[in-house]
Design a protein. Structure first.
Length: 379
């Protein structure tokens, strides 16, 4: 069975690569033949491939196995990372970063699926919390270090690190056997039955709030008068909230049902919007970021647990659609709020998020309670 250490490490490197490019965009432009618009296109292409590859990886995982997908994606990510180092012109870099997005995008949902295959109850909830912690650490390390490394060493070193990480992860997977329930065959219709579609719709809204709106924390901090460097540091309150919240979650899972945990995390999410909506200041925005992290650790990890349980016979495909819906919701929210962000109307953006979060929490709690009564042994 795959070790906890390997699960956490792969989660770390996948999120490091996902978030390493934005902090060094200007340095990438200075060191390559790219314009700033083309550098942004690399980030967009990465995100697109990351999202649209999810259903494909889920089908492959259910057909050929979880370890097959992990090893294949790690090898592909190694090739994509090395290619990212070798070129300075737009088209080759676009292809290289798109390949990385496709390959690194396979890892996190596969890790979730492995936890669903090999853990149950409280142990699975703790595993999901630990995975969130290390993924958040990967995000934080990328946010804080990518720009510094690109400025003091070279932009290429930022892409070399994930390449080294994939080699290390492949070595950690040597001799690891496929889980007993890791290869079930493709069962597409199960992953698209009505109760699954309802979950995807809920996580689409959750992604819009928990993945889409936190992007505005750092720009809002700058708008409130904080310098770029300090804004980045204060923005890391999101990661701190996830890490602290994940530790709290390990205590809560033994005391509350999943429906209650969704409600507790959802209440924190609703409250998180209040400081930034009504008291727009550096301190209030930092509090919002911290509470976002708490909500992510409690509510979203509970939603992940639901995704791994709702269709065990098509677990990988279901989880891949779940993750796709999450990131698609974030993309749609970013698109819909772009004009408000361009006008720096961040308090209005967070106010809209507060209203939507109330609807989300009611819908998520009611839907999970109904599902648990009908299909689960315990809610």
């Amino acid at each position: 069975m795959i070790s906890d250490r390997a699960l956490r490490f792969i989660g770390f490197i996948s999120f490091f690569d996902h978030y390493c490019m934005p902090p060094m965009l200007l340095l990438l432009v200075a060191g390559t033949e790219l314009s700033f618009a083309q550098a942004v296109e690399l980030v967009a292409a990465y995100s697109l491939c990351y999202a649209v590859g999810q259903p494909l990886w889920g089908l492959i995982s259910d057909r050929f196995g979880r370890l097959f997908v992990l090893r294949s994606s790690l090898l592909g990510a190694l090739l994509g990372s090395l290619a990212s180092v070798m070129f300075i012109s737009f088209l080759p870099l676009l292809l290289a970063r798109s390949l990385c997005g496709l390959m690194f995008g396979a890892m996190y949902p596969t890790l979730l699926t492995l936890l669903g295959d090999t853990r149950t109850g409280v142990e699975k909830a703790k595993g999901l919390s630990d995975l969130q912690v290390y993924s958040s650490l990967g995000t934080t390390f990328a946010t804080l270090s990518a720009g510094i490394l690109a400025a003091t060493v070279d932009w290429r070193i930022v892409f070399v690190l994930p390449a080294l990480g994939t080699v290390t992860a492949l070595l950690m997977l040597r001799g690891v056997d496929e889980p007993a329930h890791g290869r079930k065959g493709i069962n597409f219709s199960v992953a698209l039955r009505p109760r699954n579609l309802g979950l995807y719709a809920i996580v689409f809204i959750e992604g819009a709030l928990l993945m889409g709106l936190p992007k505005y924390i750092v720009p809002a901090l700058q708008q409130s008068g904080v310098g770029i460097g300090l804004a980045g540091v204060l923005g890391c309150a999101l990661a701190a909230g996830i890490i602290i919240g994940a530790r709290l979650m390990r205590r809560l899972v033994g005391q509350f049902s999943r429906t209650w945990l969704i409600g507790i995390g959802g209440a924190i999410l609703i409250f998180s919007f209040i400081p930034s909506t009504f008291f727009f200041s550096p301190s209030s925005l930092t509090i919002t970021a911290l509470l976002f992290g708490f909500a992510n650790a409690i509510m979203h990890s509970s939603m992940q647990g639901w995704a791994t349980d709702i269709a065990p016979e098509a677990r990988a495909t279901t989880v891949s659609f779940f993750v796709f819906s999450l990131f698609f919701g974030a993309s749609v929210m970013t698109y819909l709020t772009a004009d408000l962000a361009a006008n720096a109307d961040y308090n209005q953006i967070f106010g809209i998020g507060m209203v939507i979060s109330i609807l989300l929490v009611i819908l998520a709690c009611a839907a999970h309670a109904a599902w648990a009564r009908k299909y689960a042994d315990q809610p």
